[in-house]
Design a protein around this ligand. Sequence first.
Ligand SMILES: Cc1ncc(COP(=O)(O)O)c(C=O)c1O
Length: 346
Amino acid sequence: MLWRMLPVDLRSDTVTRPSPGMREAMARAEVGDDWYGEDPTVNRLQEEAAALLGKEAGLFVPSGTMANQIALRVLCRHGDDVLVGQESHIQWYENGAAGALAGVQLSVIGRGGLFSAEEVALACKSDDQICPPTRLVCVENTHNRSGGRVWPREQLFAVCDAARRLGLALHLDGARLWNAAVACGASPAELAAPFDTVAVSLSKGLGAPVGSLLLGQRDLIRSARRYRQMYGGGMRQAGVLAAAGLYALHHNRARLVEDHDNAAFLASRLAAHPGVDLQPVQTNILMLDLRPPLPEAHVVVEALKGRGVLVSAFGARRIRVVTHLDVDRAACAYAAAAFDAVLGGA
Ligand SMILES: Cc1ncc(COP(=O)(O)O)c(C=O)c1O
């Protein structure tokens, strides 16, 4: 039955397709015009997500990028300085929107997506007529480009305490907060507690086709709604999509542990290859670096594609592999064997 599982698509956890149960929930969704606040399914999703994350209110938005960008608008003024970790999504993948739309400057601190309380204090600029005033600290948990890294809890809370002492606001890019919570045995609300705003995705590990949420205090979310409209993210009978989000929250959170186990399985198989350097695997993302004489990443990506396995080149010698609910252990075993054939024969 090999043909059934090909291709094994490990490029991202965004490639999942809605399951039959999710599609049924979408088809049955009660809807209304969300512009009037009258879509009952959207309202339910926003309320449930807010409760899950321990916040007063939530706003359903089309993408994680929009959730992050609205947070920057709500929490900052033009000309403000924002502290972000190295290679954060906000800095790397949002097409310069922080500068172009929110009008803020991003200052990159720390290493590998993490930073310390001391680094926050050192980078914090005062409002003294020449420096851009530092207004906000953004934390990405898990951190995508450093291989799904989870923020150690003590470090996370120390950074948030330091930011508060300095009078700074806090935003959490929690596109994969669900993975972080499962990996460190905390509730999503516990990890979200210190933050003014939290962005979470429904369309990554949770398997919904579309959607993210921005959560925070009621007044912040009221103003977020204005910016969602400004950015063209206002929706109408969005309950069809919110139903997928509710299904994802109810059915697909606890099972993320399977994705983490599959990533650990793949890591154990790949680590056996001389010339492969693996970053520690904590959740569902593996980053592997290929040392010469192994070929460059794009060559390996093409060779794997020829065997029905899709992964991403993340630099000349780096490959990213992501597990998710549409690849089971058998598919991962197939992918591991394909890597063996490609790397072993190199
Ligand atoms: C950490 C992180 N934040 C935000 C996003 C943006 O989400 P979207 O693709 O829905 O805009 C992503 C997408 O991969 C992400 O990895």
